[in-house]
Design a binder for this molecule. Structure first.
Ligand code: 6PG
Length: 241
């Protein structure tokens, strides 16, 4: 299904587009199937989650949706850095999603042990395709250094891991992370990389145009094996394309 770019005028327009697109995707799944939605972390999704809660609250059969995370900081669920906390405060607390459909990464656990537990759990709940779990929709952000999920530049272990989830470390603040591997990301049916703001424009252009050094950026390695990749950008993030 390939790779495409969608450019929206503003972060708010992007959030609205994402929410409406998600509604239409979930409406297409048959009643006996689940929709595995893998959330990204950081700040970009906050606006999107709030828009989802506001516009999609009634229009999605949330009982069909299973929520996972593509990465988590190794902190507890109430910690200000927790991606789970951010999702709960901006989305989960406002939608009629059964708590049994929420699969939190235990950031408070030992990273290696949790990476394995989450890999096992993901394999149980998300149907496989070509022998690897294939998420319905995998949300990703883009770091200013070209990282995605918590796969950072230079971390070839996570980038090329044969595992589904691995432990990683943020190169600047040394915060321990748990992250989906590129192997898992690229086996999703749909991958959406979300980027807004001028600060992401250089990396978006470097990746998209394969400018010198592009191959060193983990987000460059997001290449769907059988599904689709959509770069969802606002004008500022697309300004150097
Ligand atoms: C995380 C994210 C990470 C994020 C990018 C972009 O846990 O931080 O998963 O990959 O998506 O760093 O972050 P912003 O949206 O805050 O720019």
């Amino acid at each position: 299904m390939g790779i495409s770019i969608k450019i929206l005028d503003s972060p708010d327009d992007l959030a609205q587009f994402f929410a409406e697109d998600l509604v239409s995707r979930i409406k297409t799944i048959s009643s006996d199937k689940s929709f595995s939605l893998v959330l990204s972390g950081g700040s970009t999704p906050q606006r999107i989650f709030r828009k989802m809660a506001a516009t999609a609250k009634e229009s999605i059969a949330w009982e069909k949706v299973q929520i996972f995370w593509g990465d988590e900081r190794c902190v507890g669920p109430a910690h200000e850095d927790s991606n789970y906390k951010m999702a709960r405060e901006n989305l989960l607390d406002f939608i009629p999603l059964p708590s049994s459909n929420v699969f939190r990464i235990y950031g408070e656990a030992d990273p290696q042990v949790e990476a394995q537990r989450y890999s096992n759990m993901f394999s149980v709940y998300v149907p496989s395709y070509l022998g690897i779990p294939s998420a319905s929709l995998f949300m990703l952000g883009l770091g200013e250094d070209g990282h995605t999920a918590s796969i950072f530049p230079g971390d070839s272990e996570s980038l090329h891991s044969d595992k589904l989830f691995t432990a990683s470390v943020h190169p600047l603040n040394k915060q321990k992370r748990i992250t989906a591997s590129m192997k898992l990301i690229n086996n999703a049916k749909t991958i959406i990389i979300l980027a807004t703001g001028e600060s992401k424009a250089a990396k978006v252009a470097e990746i998209y145009h394969h400018l010198p050094g592009w191959e060193l950026l983990p987000a460059s390695w997001v290449v769907p094996v059988h599904g689709e990749l959509i770069w969802l950008l606002d004008r500022a993030a697309a300004s150097k394309l």
